[in-house]
Design a protein around this ligand. Structure first.
Ligand SMILES: Cc1cc2nc3c(=O)[nH]c(=O)nc-3n(C[C@H](O)[C@H](O)[C@H](O)COP(=O)(O)OP(=O)(O)OC[C@H]3O[C@@H](n4cnc5c(N)ncnc54)[C@H](O)[C@@H]3O)c2cc1C
Length: 406
């Protein structure tokens, strides 16, 4: 006990929960701290639930670059770019534009694919040892392709990932409908679909809560809720976290895993990470006559359908330039309309719930930042659109960077 290394993980979302588990499993004495009354109340709460191990394509691409004028003018219901005169935001946008080349997109997509693969392996290992409940469904994932250009891009992406060892298949319209009969009800014809049989879904928030409970019971992790961190610093060779109660907690290591809010603590230390919130929405509705069992992504409309059994969850919208977490009714209605236009019989849309909005912690290259910032202070953040998918692998990577720094 005397020589046991100690860590404080700030943020009890999916990234903080998996970071705490990975450290505790390696013998660290861990305190996990969150400002809310329970875990996973931020972006990890109402997300699309996709364990999207194959669909790791970076957002910045030559295709999105061509769309930028439309996004800025607000012509795309599903993707909004609100420009604001903020240095950090504008610098993020410039870095994003710099990642819109084919070469950068390829690099970012493949590096994320590698991390996703690591996540899948770490998840399997965890579940073999501890059968955690989280509504896991091994459904596979279909990405609908509506135009020749989308088909060509998907073929290129498939080939790139095949060379990296990934199994995905290109299906014709008939093959996709055979696999998922609900697609026959699609209002607009699609030309084909990309199928990833190994992709899964699961309740991210339930997983985070159950993983933290396991950490408390089996690894002695202390989880402190309703504890808002207001500062992080170093004193006499120790890392210090200051809470809003005035209390200070010390450890050998502090891991900042508090999602999009991370920079407010790093700036006083002289650091700024390229992480911006990207707002998204989700809603659930009772299943309709033709609810998909396989996860379906409608790339054109930027929405995903996830089966929850007796309900269907739909997630979508990417909005850069706001950090307001309130559900804007107009935006929510636009996601419902997009889902209805895509698969009209998938859900009883008239009985949709009141919706949810969350902020994805987004980096310009769609790759998370997992590193030592300075001695005693590490970061695991910026998981963007794929935090649930990448959480387990990022936590492994965190331990690696921490170990190599000590
Ligand atoms: C609409 C939508 C759909 C998505 N769909 C998917 C999907 O299908 N698959 C996928 O892989 N990913 C998806 N994502 C992305 C994923 O949800 C995020 O990447 C992930 O949840 C980020 O986790 P996090 O732990 O970094 O952040 P969060 O979950 O936001 O956790 C941060 C935590 O830090 C705490 N915190 C913040 N500040 C403080 C403070 N000062 N003191 C103490 N605690 C603090 C917060 O309370 C919170 O619990 C989606 C996101 C959205 C918005």
């Amino acid at each position: 006990m005397g020589n046991q290394r100690s860590a404080i993980v700030v943020g009890g979302g999916i990234i903080g929960a998996t970071s705490a588990y990975a450290l505790a499993r390696r013998g660290w004495r861990v305190q996990l701290i969150d400002r809310e009354a329970q875990a996973a109340q931020g972006a990890s709460l109402g997300n699309g639930r996709q364990l999207s191990y194959s669909h790791t394509n970076a957002l910045a691409s030559p295709a999105i670059l061509r769309e930028i004028p439309r996004l800025v003018l607000g012509c795309d219901e599903a993707f909004k770019l609100r420009l604001k005169l903020d240095r950090a935001f504008l610098s993020w946008i410039l870095q994003f534009l710099g990642n819109c080349t084919s070469a950068a997109n390829r690099k970012n997509t493949l590096e994320t694919l590698e991390l996703a693969d690591r996540s899948r392996a770490a998840m399997e290992q965890l579940l073999e040892q501890h059968p955690i409940e989280f509504e896991r469904r091994q459904t596979g994932k279909l990405v609908l392709l509506r135009s020749q250009a989308e088909l060509n891009a998907a073929r290129a992406s498939l080939e790139m990932k095949r060379l990296a060892g990934l199994v995905q298949a290109m299906l014709s319209y008939q093959e996709a409908c055979f696999l998922e009969p609900a697609l026959e009800q699609a209002r607009e014809i699609f030309l084909g679909a990309l199928y990833a049989p190994g992709d899964e879904t699961g309740n991210c928030a339930e997983f985070a809560r159950n993983l933290i409970a396991l950490c408390e019971e089996q690894f002695g992790v202390e989880f402190h809720t309703l504890s808002r961190v207001i500062g992080v610093n170093r004193k006499c060779g120790r890392s210090v976290v200051v809470l809003d109660s005035g209390e200070e907690r010390q450890a050998d290591l502090v891991v900042m895993a508090n999602g999009h809010a991370i920079n407010q603590f790093l700036e006083p230390l002289g650091h700024r990470l390229p992480i911006q919130p990207m707002k998204g929405y989700s809603f659930t509705a009772p299943v309709g006559n033709w609810a998909p069992r396989v996860s379906v992504t409608d790339q054109r409309r930027r929405i995903v359908f996830t089966s929850l059994g007796d309900r269907v969850l739909v997630a979508g919208i990417a909005e850069l330039g706001t950090s307001d977490t309130r559900v804007d009714q107009l935006r929510l209605q636009s996601v419902i309309a997009a889902a209805r236009a895509s698969l009209p019989e998938a859900a009883v849309y008239s009985e949709a719930d009141s919706g949810w909005a969350g902020l994805r912690p987004m980096t310009p290259n769609s790759r998370p930042i997992t590193c030592m910032l300075e001695p005693g202070i590490a970061v695991n953040a910026g998981h963007g659109m794929l935090g649930w998918t990448l959480a387990m692998g990022s936590a492994e990577k965190l331990c690696e960077v921490v170990e190599s720094a000590t």
